[in-house]
Every structure is written in C-alpha cells, then in structure tokens.
Design a binder for this molecule. Structure first.
Ligand code: SF4
Ligand code: SF4
Ligand code: ZN
Length: 275
C-alpha cells in the first residue's frame, strides 16, 4: 500500500492511495469522518440569557463551534486519570459574558487554556439588542464523530477511483472527445488525442468522451477507453480547522491499524482456546 500526497496544507490534503482494496479505501474514509477525536463543547451552563434565542438553540450553536485541538495534550474523559471528575487533561472551560447591543460571536468566548480556542473568532451566535444579556459557561471534551457530528474533524472527506485513459490506434485526432470532455482532460496532439499533462486526476469517469467517439461513426468500438483502476483512489480531506488535515489522515490510518491488531489478537485467543 502506498500514499502519495498531492496538495498538503492545514485545511486540505489531496492524496493517492495505491495498492489498496475498495474496502480499505472506504474504511479509511469512514475512520477519518467518524473515529478521529477532536474537542467540542458538550456541557453548557447558561446563567443568563435574555436574547431572542431560547437556551437549547443557543447551546446547539455553541456546540458546533470548531475548537483547535492538540491531541497530544488531551484524553477522553472516560480514559482520564481524574475518572470523569474533570481536569485540564480531559476538558477545557470557556466563559462568555456580554451585553447588547452587538453580535455575540465565537470570539467572545474566553478560554481557560490560551492554546485551545475557537478555530474562527467570527462565527455568529446571536444578535443582542440593547439590555439583552448572555452569561455562559461552556465545557469542551474530546470525542469522535460517531458520537455526534460536532466532534467530526472533517468538513469534506471522500475519494474516487483513479481513472485510466487509453487511446487506441483507431484514433484519427478528430477532437470530438476533446470538445465533449467537461473537465478539459484531453487534447489533440498530432494525429491522436492524449491526456493533458497533470490532468488525469481531474477525470470524473463520466465516459462522455467514449460516447463522442462512437458518435463520429468510428464503429461500435470507441478509440478512447476510460476505466477505473480498482486498486488506486484519489482522496480529498478537508479539515474544519480543529486538526491539521494531514493529521486527520494519520489518525484515521492509526485507528484502522489499532482495530486490525485487536482483531488479530482476538482471533489468536479464539484459536488458542480451541486447541
Ligand atoms: S471520462 Fe469524462 S472527464 Fe474523463 S476524459 Fe472522458 S469526458 Fe473527460
Ligand atoms: S473522438 Fe475518437 S477518434 Fe476523435 S480524437 Fe477522440 S478518440 Fe480520437
Ligand atoms: Zn481528567
């Protein structure tokens, strides 16, 4: 199995997964969406709320604020030495006190941990009119997307099969397929058509080029063939900002490896018992 990164920055990564089955590619996608832990606000204590939003709606909005997460510093509450009592290793408390007029935003929360803050300070929570007031305490914990979408570190996470485009000797370079391609993947070079350098990844496997070629009257067999490589996948992973996108990939792979090891151990125990 091989991973080759194309684009890498904090918010998005694109990579090719090679030598893998479709089952593995889908398991990795699901692991990145649902099994990579991140911080999100779970407990909200509202001491005062005279805004137009009722408490539950306000709490829901607060819970959806992405929070910068350093996974090296936090553990889940249930795995923490404090045994769920709450300590700096498993929770971060935020406070917000504000009086209108003005818009209360994620940036108005004051964190007890200066490194653990909302990813974006401009997420609007509620507009306060004159004399309207908010006094809120909110506590963030580590959890995963399988528990609730607010703990999902990815905004977009998906893959497509890697396209393989082949052109036969029948091609006369008429260019009909080039005009038909919605992704500008093809070009005519001399008397034949070819893939534009670096554009193969953009192919959506729509096969409109094959139809266009048949439409030229070439016969029953198109001179261009587009198929999916069954062992190679193009992934796009976009982070909500709580974790760097590359770390989401690493954590997803780590999760699959851990579960695989557990499965192997269980199978070994079963086979030992049977002897
Ligand atoms: S399959 Fe679609 S996107 Fe790919 S080269 Fe053909 S027309 Fe273009
Ligand atoms: S439509 Fe067919 S013959 Fe014409 S350039 Fe494309 S592949 Fe070649
Ligand atoms: Zn703790």
């Amino acid at each position: 199995m091989e991973i080759v990164f194309g684009r890498v920055d904090d918010s998005i990564v694109r990579f090719t997964l090679g030598g893998a089955s479709e089952a593995y590619a889908n398991a990795l996608r699901r692991a990145m969406i649902g099994e990579v832990p991140t911080l999100a606000i779970e407990d909200v204590r509202i001491y005062d709320n005279t805004s137009v939003l009722f408490d539950e709606m306000l709490a829901h909005r607060i819970g959806m604020i992405p929070i910068k997460t350093d996974l090296a510093r936090f553990v889940r509450r249930e795995a923490c030495k404090c045994e769920g009592a709450g300590c700096p290793h498993c929770q971060v408390t935020f406070t917000l006190t504000m009086e209108g007029p003005g818009v209360a935003t994620s940036g108005d929360f004051v964190s007890e941990d200066p490194e653990t803050t909302p990813v974006d300070t401009n997420i609007p929570l509620v507009k306060l009119w004159e004399d309207q007031k908010l006094v809120i305490e909110a506590v963030a914990y580590l959890n995963t997307g399988t528990e609730h979408a607010k703990w999902q570190a990815t905004i977009a996470c998906g893959y497509k099969q890697y396209p393989v485009i082949e052109v036969t000797d029948q091609c006369d370079g008429c260019g009909m397929c080039v005009d038909e391609c919605p992704r500008n993947v093809l070009e005519v070079k001399g008397q034949t058509v070819r893939v534009v350098d670096g554009k193969a990844d953009a192919c959506s496997l729509c096969k409109l080029c094959e139809k266009a070629c048949i439409g030229t009257g070439i016969g029953e067999e198109s001179a261009i063939h587009v198929n999916a490589d069954k062992t190679k996948y193009l992934f796009t992973v976009e982070s909500d900002g709580s974790l760097p996108a590359q770390q989401i990939v690493e954590e997803g792979i780590r999760y699959i490896r851990k579960r695989s090891d557990e499965l192997i151990e269980s199978l070994q125990e079963i086979s030992m018992e049977g002897q």
